[in-house]
Design a binder for this molecule. Structure first.
Ligand code: PLP
Length: 387
């Protein structure tokens, strides 16, 4: 195997490197703009201005009013607030929620908790390409349905769900609609009017921003109950002194991503197509999971027979390539393998899954190195296991 001069990062679905300009924005708030935005003095006013500007930046990326943005500690908190906050606000109207079988644990587990508290949850299945059928959403609606939550793009196999079509149905039925856009925001267009959503979760570290910061878009007029209580910041919906450094970093990452959105989609899609096509020619028994076209630009999720995902990840790590894989397969677990079995793929095959998630800073030379190394690793692992 040839050697590659540096570490290759192909795990952007897990997190992204922080852009240097984001680091600068964050640092400026730690050292210079450290005021509390609720205070009326100059430092407070400067912090407030950064906060307001960040809301404008996110609002413009989402096609939303800045007043509809609430900052949170990330995708997990945004999802929890959307699910628990809506369930509580509509408790007197009904107790039925519709979701899907492929949601991230930050949706699945809040829903399971509501289930234990007496709510009824419908987890809709997906087809073999990981797509939810909007007609199945329509058929699942009951008079007691108070929320539908369906992810925009899947974190394991990258399929992009028909959110706009589902939104149209729910708008007509006047049912609140939330979408977890942690994987899609700043990677593909995510306009809340086009998608017809009422609530949308985003996460900063998925698009070259800091970890521990995200936002929830809440359409004006939506009913939602806060889940923590305190000083009344952010209209009492998410109190606590705003984390200005990370909010500034989130806004900078968003601004940079939006400026280059189309270029990056094209660049990353070309790299992905090349990787997928070549790997298919070089390795037998490999299949691409998820939708072949309606997928996140950088997501290449494969299952391979007769090899384990964890072994592939370990071997690639030794070759200085970071990817992610699956290590378990239980219907009850939240492992990537269970998202893959939701596609109708057997457990045995699902444990042989690997996710390569490319970013705009990856190069053709890096992909070529991977394409040289990976088939050799698969051959080695398959022969060691005597398959
Ligand atoms: C689809 C999806 N939702 C939610 C999250 C959680 O986001 P965070 O890490 O910001 O809490 C992730 C992160 O892996 C994700 O991929």
């Amino acid at each position: 195997m040839g050697t590659f001069p540096k570490h290759i990062y192909f795990d952007h679905g897990a997190t992204t490197p922080v852009h240097p300009e984001v680091v600068q924005s964050v640092n400026a708030c730690f050292t210079k703009f450290y005021g509390n935005p609720s205070e009326p003095h100059r430092l407070g006013r400067e912090a407030k201005q950064i906060l307001n500007q960040a809301k404008k930046t996110l609002g413009s990326a989402l096609g939303a009013d800045p007043a509809e943005i609430i900052f949170t500690s990330g995708g997990t908190e945004s999802n929890n607030l959307a699910v628990f906050g809506t369930a509580e606000a509509y408790r007197n109207k009904g107790n039925h929620i519709i979701s899907s079988s492929i949601e991230h644990p930050a949706i699945m587990l809040p829903l399971k908790r509501l289930q234990r508290k007496g709510y009824e949850i419908t987890f809709l299945p997906v087809d073999s390409m990981g797509m939810i059928d909007p007609q199945k959403v329509l058929a699942a609606i009951r008079p007691q349905t108070i929320l539908v939550t369906i992810m925009h793009a899947n974190n394991v196999f990258g399929s992009i769900e028909p959110i706009a079509q589902i939104g149209e149905i729910l708008r007509e039925k006047k049912i609140p609609f939330h979408s977890d856009a942690a994987q899609s925001f700043c990677h593909i267009p995510t306009d809340v009017s086009a998608l017809q959503v009422d609530l949308l979760s985003i996460s900063g570290h998925k698009f070259y921003g800091p970890k521990g910061i995200g936002a929830l878009y809440i359409r004006k007029g939506s009913k939602i109950m806060p889940q923590i209580f305190g000083g009344g910041q952010q209209r009492g919906l998410r109190p606590g002194t705003e984390n200005i450094p990370l909010i500034a970093g989130l806004a900078k990452a968003c601004q940079l991503s939006q400026e280059h959105l189309t270029d990056r989609i094209i660049r990353v899609t070309v790299l992905r197509e090349y990787l997928v096509e070549t790997v298919r020619k070089k390795i037998q028994g490999i299949r691409l999971c998820g939708h072949p076209l309606k997928r996140l630009p950088g997501n290449c999720c494969f299952t391979l027979n007769n090899v384990s995902g964890q072994d592939m990840v370990d071997q690639l790590d030794q070759a200085n390539i970071a990817v992610s894989g699956s290590s378990a397969c239980a219907a009850s677990s939240m492992e990537p393998a269970s998202a893959i079995t939701a596609l109708g793929i057997s457990c045995e095959e699902a444990v042989g899954s690997i996710r390569i998630s490319l970013g705009y800073e990856n190069t053709l030379a890096e992909v070529d190195y991977f394409l040289d190394v990976f088939p050799k690793i698969v051959t080695k692992l398959r022969s060691a296991a005597n398959f």
